[in-house]
Design a protein around this ligand. Structure first.
Ligand SMILES: Cc1cc2nc3c(=O)[nH]c(=O)nc-3n(C[C@H](O)[C@H](O)[C@H](O)COP(=O)(O)OP(=O)(O)OC[C@H]3O[C@@H](n4cnc5c(N)ncnc54)[C@H](O)[C@@H]3O)c2cc1C
Length: 390
């Protein structure tokens, strides 16, 4: 028997990383293995995850809003942020979701579209993980088409009154602050809503079979009165929330590679010791064809993520490129998870192994931050010049 090649070494992709990239990846990988992986199956099974304690730990590591500058944020490269997403999602998509929603959706919205006062009030505490943010865009009847949203923002003197509801909001019920998008006379506008504001409430959505190690909530806005300075002054129209989604999608391009890698690693370990028909499962050509094909797709996904990371670091990434990365990498990660599941046989359906958990999580990842179909339409429009959304 010859020596095995670690998945990471197959294409020597580390040669494309800087020493800082590798260092941050190693730090988060170690943290994940020591502090997250031992608990993740239980968090997933019970559907109870200690979001506040986790946020504090992630804040201490400097991972919340790490790619933003100033206000206590890390100012890292986009690539380093992507690699962090990859390591967190190698443990569980729910943990990467926590970091994505905090840093790329809630903090980014305030950083990019907020006032100086809003930034100073919220960003340092959010970077430390002391304040948790959520991002309320989706509604019961409007997911892929947020332009149809029914939540309203009406002016009353200098105040604003918000009414409506949001659904599928990650960390909604544990958040200290919600970024809420609503329809005003002037178009879609965003607000910074402190959780204690009268008329604002959040309830947990239960019975999920996916992303169970993540809090998902409904937000209720019942005559929520906000002062004029609660509005995000720089955000105008749908480009406000869409810019935040593009940030979060970028993290998913990397994160999904982490989930797929973890599935393949668990499977390689399994087939190396499992015996069927008096021979190790790894010694069958059918097994090797499967693991080889998965490694090919994983390596391509990793290359794609790194390429998009560099484009983003050079400040020239375009939304359709992020769509291409999200579409490919999540779709392939889900295929890899399902294929790995077959190799684990019946053991593949238990939480003793990470594979079914990743596979179930990736069903959500395929849907949120733009479904696969939405990303196909974005790429299709870029290629043909024709919008086919309607
Ligand atoms: C676990 C989880 C966490 C989430 N967290 C958040 C959050 O923090 N904040 C937030 O705002 N939202 C969040 N979401 C919501 C998520 O972004 C939406 O679910 C997603 O945008 C899809 O919307 P929908 O579920 O309403 O599906 P729909 O929009 O109803 O889509 C249903 C199907 O129709 C397809 N479809 C839609 N439009 C077209 C078209 N033009 N042409 C062809 N097919 C089309 C879709 O691709 C899909 O297959 C979360 C969702 C999940 C599952």
């Amino acid at each position: 028997m010859s020596a095995t090649t670690p998945i990471d070494d197959l294409l020597d992709l580390d040669s494309l990383l800087t020493s800082e990239d590798i260092e941050v990846r190693q730090t988060v990988r170690k943290f994940g293995e020591q502090h997250l992986r031992p608990n993740i199956a239980e968090w997933f099974e019970t559907g109870e995850v200690p979001v506040r304690a986790l946020a504090a730990e992630l804040g201490k590591l400097g991972l919340l809003g790490m790619h933003l500058t100033g206000y206590g944020c890390g100012g890292s490269t986009a690539t380093a942020y992507g690699l962090v997403c990859q390591e967190l999602e190698a443990v569980d998509s729910g943990l990467r979701s926590l970091v994505s929603v905090q840093g790329s959706l809630a903090m980014f919205a305030i950083h990019r579209w907020g006032s100086e006062d809003q930034r100073a009030q919220w960003l340092p505490a959010m970077a430390r993980g002391e304040a948790i943010g959520c991002f309320g865009l989706t509604e019961p009847d409007f997911g892929s088409n947020p332009a149809g949203m029914r939540t309203t923002a009406k002016q009353d003197g200098s105040d604003w009154i918000l009414n409506g509801s949001k659904m599928w909001i990650t960390n909604g019920s544990v958040a200290d602050v919600a970024i809420v998008w609503a329809r005003a006379e002037e178009g879609i506008v965003g607000f910074v809503v402190p959780a204690g504001t009268p008329g604002f409430s959040a309830t947990d959505m239960t019975r999920k079979m996916s992303l169970r190690a993540s809090v998902t909530s409904e937000l209720h806005l019942d005559d929520v009165r906000l002062p004029a300075d609660a509005k995000l002054p720089e955000a105008r129209g749908l480009s406000g929330p869409l810019s935040c989604l593009s940030e979060a999608r970028f993290g998913i391009v990397f994160g999904s590679v982490g989930a797929a890698r973890d599935c393949l690693q668990a499977t390689l370990d399994y087939v190396g010791s499992r015996e069927v028909f008096d021979k190790r499962l790894s010694a069958y050509q059918l097994t090797q064809a499967k693991v080889a094909d998965m490694a090919v797709e994983l390596s391509k996904a990793q290359l794609l993520a790194l390429h998009l990371g560099r484009l983003k670091d050079e400040g020239r990434i375009r939304p359709e490129q992020v769509s291409l990365g999200k579409l490919n990498n999540v779709r392939e990660a889900l295929q890899i998870a399902r294929q790995c599941r077959t190799l684990l046989g019946a053991n593949g359906i238990t939480l003793e192994y990470p594979v079914i958990r990743h596979a179930n999580n990736l069903e959500s990842v395929l849907t949120y931050e733009g479904t696969s179909e939405v990303h196909q339409l974005v790429i299709g429009e870029a290629l043909t010049g024709v919008s086919a959304f309607r």
